[in-house]
Design a protein around this ligand. Structure first.
Ligand code: ZN
Length: 383
């Protein structure tokens, strides 16, 4: 099935299943919401402990606001590297890990972030350990354990892009799709905040003096949603609104948060142009509006190089008995940043799971070892 060298690595990874599950249990039972720096760093501490026990070199890039980045390296290489990525933060509030402890039932593991993406972190850690133990990485192997993906990677984006620039390939260990497929295309996303200013007036005694920011917001929301073009893959969703002072006051202010998803960079330009015009056009005379980009993910656009990387990965998967195809998804991830700097990237190479961001999130326990074996082969055979 593989070379002798490869077989030793595969056998070792297979023997590590109980240890993988034990580490996963520790990660899942540690709260690590994106804004919970202490929690995200606690997961980082456990990763550092694992790396130390394996004799893997690592360093930490400190961050004041969000979790620190843990960066592990195995082997050597002057000019080029292979990057394994994963984020330690989850979307869940503090206390969730106490309420929903890690558990396994009928072959599925449960708990906050179990698939998205604590199982991916475990997998990356063990793949790094396999190369530390057996050697054989064709370039410097870098494991990046980041801290803020679920909120658009405000702190880690630059570090991810810098690592990706010197990498010949990026494997992002987001959860494999429920089908077992990986992701070779993702939409880009722009998260915006808009604020509208009107003029307060008593709605009974002084109605005509007022300028309703809420009415302007309502009109803008309809115009924004009309940008959606499902055939093109462009969607605009106003997911949050607020505004007004009291029921008997013409609303002096209103605001909203806007989520744009798109497929290609030119789709982004088109949609952003339309959004800008909607913001600048007042339907209710006397209102004014401003908006800002609060966060952004780049799309994962397939290139000939990333297609080759996917085919390489799929052939390694087939050698460990997995059938893997590529899928497109509207969800965003850090893989968009690495693809945008031009580095061949495949995403969702992590263990298989589903229902991410919900209490029903699950991990297919039996996928842990074969996905780790596939990744190890894909790294070892990368030319
Ligand atoms: Zn994720």
């Amino acid at each position: 099935m593989t070379t002798t060298y490869g077989q030793a690595v595969l056998d070792w990874l297979a023997s590590q299943r109980p240890a993988m599950l034990a580490l996963l249990e520790e990660f899942v039972n540690t709260d690590s919401g994106s804004y919970d720096k202490a929690g995200v760093d606690a997961v980082g501490e456990r990763i550092r402990g694992f790396l130390d026990r394996q004799g893997i070199v690592h360093d930490t890039v400190a961050n004041d606001r969000f979790g620190d980045v843990v960066r592990a390296t195995v082997g050597q290489g002057a000019n080029t590297s292979i990057l394994l990525m994963g984020h330690r933060d989850t979307v869940f509030p503090k206390g969730e890990a106490g309420r929903r402890r890690f558990r396994i039932e009928n072959g599925r593991a449960y708990g906050p972030g179990v698939a998205d993406m604590k199982a991916g972190l475990v997998m990356n850690a063990f793949v790094l350990a396999a190369f530390q133990k057996f050697g054989g990485a064709p370039a410097l192997l870098v494991g990046l354990f980041t801290s803020d993906e679920e909120i658009g990677s405000p702190a880690c984006r630059r570090i991810i892009e810098a690592e990706a620039r010197r990498a010949r390939a990026v494997f992002n260990s987001e959860p494999g799709r429920p089908t077992g497929n990986v992701v070779n295309g993702r939409k880009g996303g722009v998260f915006m905040k808009m604020e509208i200013t009107g003029k307060a007036a008593h709605s009974g005694g002084n109605f005509s003096d007022g300028i309703s920011a809420i009415e302007e917001l309502a009109r803008k929301v309809i115009a924004l949603h009309a940008i959606t073009d499902l055939t093109r893959g462009t969607t605009v969703n106003v997911g949050l609104i607020s505004g007004g002072q009291t029921v008997n006051t013409v609303a002096p202010w209103a605001k909203c948060e806007i989520d744009l998803r798109y497929v290609t960079p030119s789709d982004r330009e088109d949609a952003m142009g339309k959004i800008t015009r909607i913001v600048e056009t007042a339907h209710v005379p006397g209102t004014s509006a401003k908006f800002e980009i609060a966060g952004e993910f780049k799309p994962l656009v397939e290139t000939p190089d990333s297609k080759r990387l996917f085919e390489h990965y799929a052939s390694c998967a087939s050698d460990v008995g997995l059938k893997v195809e590529g899928e497109f998804t509207g969800g965003c991830a850090d893989s968009g940043f690495t693809a945008a700097v031009g580095t061949p990237t495949i995403c969702a190479v992590g263990p298989v799971g589903g229902k991410a961001h919900t209490p029903d999130e699950y991990l297919v326990v039996d996928s842990l070892v074969p996905r780790a074996q596939t990744l190890a082969l894909a790294v070892a055979r990368l030319t």
